[in-house]
Write a protein that binds this ligand. Structure first.
Ligand SMILES: [Cu+2]
Length: 241
């Protein structure tokens, strides 16, 4: 089987830990500059030196804003092509898939699942030939207060409830996710507690997310959007083997 590393940000050394490190370092630098500015601000300056001081600080402020803007631009450029949305779109495009539906017909609360069933089945039918050729694996996820229901797809397109969902590494998994009630967020953690990816799961909408696992082992799914008092119990496991 061909091993292809999907270039997620997390896979190119910009994972959550590194980003936390960068954030901490920037925080310390910012605090240092704040303290430096505060200790140099004199209370009892005469008018002319106060004017000069104000001008100096105004100039400094402009440079500081420029640093922030340039940093944001550089970070955005560095992440081009590696955001999950781009990776999902590129992977599907390279497989010739362009017709996936995401918007379900309008439904009243309590009827979201029924409204999205047809959309999910259409998407499944569109993806089915690829799964039957072994090029992808389809996983359908229904989220609700407070559970995750997983389904795999048989070769004829029938959804089958998966009690212990097991998928293979090194095959793009196409997740089709929807919610039967409120907004949830599908967060997937590797065994060492690193967040591998997360994607929004909304009622009346089908989220499409492509991910390829590179390591075997169990994964923990947690809800990352507060969805009521049982939110913290909303956990499930997926096995990669
Ligand atoms: Cu939730």
């Amino acid at each position: 089987m061909m091993v292809m590393a999907i270039p997620y940000a997390a896979n190119i050394g910009l994972g959550p830990l590194t980003l936390a490190d960068i954030f901490t370092i920037l925080l310390i630098i910012s605090a240092g500059i704040l303290i430096w500015v505060a200790t140099r601000a004199k209370h009892n300056m005469d008018d002319s030196s106060q004017d000069r001081y104000r001008h100096k600080m105004e100039r400094f402020e402009k440079y500081w804003i420029l640093v922030a803007i340039v940093s944001i631009i550089i970070l955005n450029i560095a992440l081009v092509g590696t955001t999950p949305q781009t990776v999902t779109a590129n992977t599907l495009n390279s497989l010739g898939v362009s017709n996936l539906q995401t918007q379900c017909p309008y439904a009243a609360p309590g009827h979201y699942a029924a409204a999205c069933n047809n959309v999910i089945q259409q998407d499944v039918n569109e993806l089915l030939p690829l799964q039957n050729q072994g090029k992808i694996k389809i996983v359908v996820v229904y989220a609700g207060q407070w559970y995750w229901d997983f389904y795999t797809v048989a070769s004829n397109g029938t959804l089958m409830a998966a009690k212990n969902l097991t998928v293979s590494p090194n095959v793009p998994i196409v997740f089709l996710l929807t919610s039967v009630d409120v907004n949830h967020d599908f967060g997937l953690y590797s065994p060492d507690g690193t967040l591998e990816f997360q994607t929004q799961v909304s009622p009346d909408y089908v989220s499409v997310f492509v991910y390829q696992f590179s390591h075997v082992g169990p994964r923990l799914v947690r809800c990352l959007e507060y969805c009521g008092p049982g939110h913290w119990t909303m956990m499930a496991e997926i096995y990669i083997e």
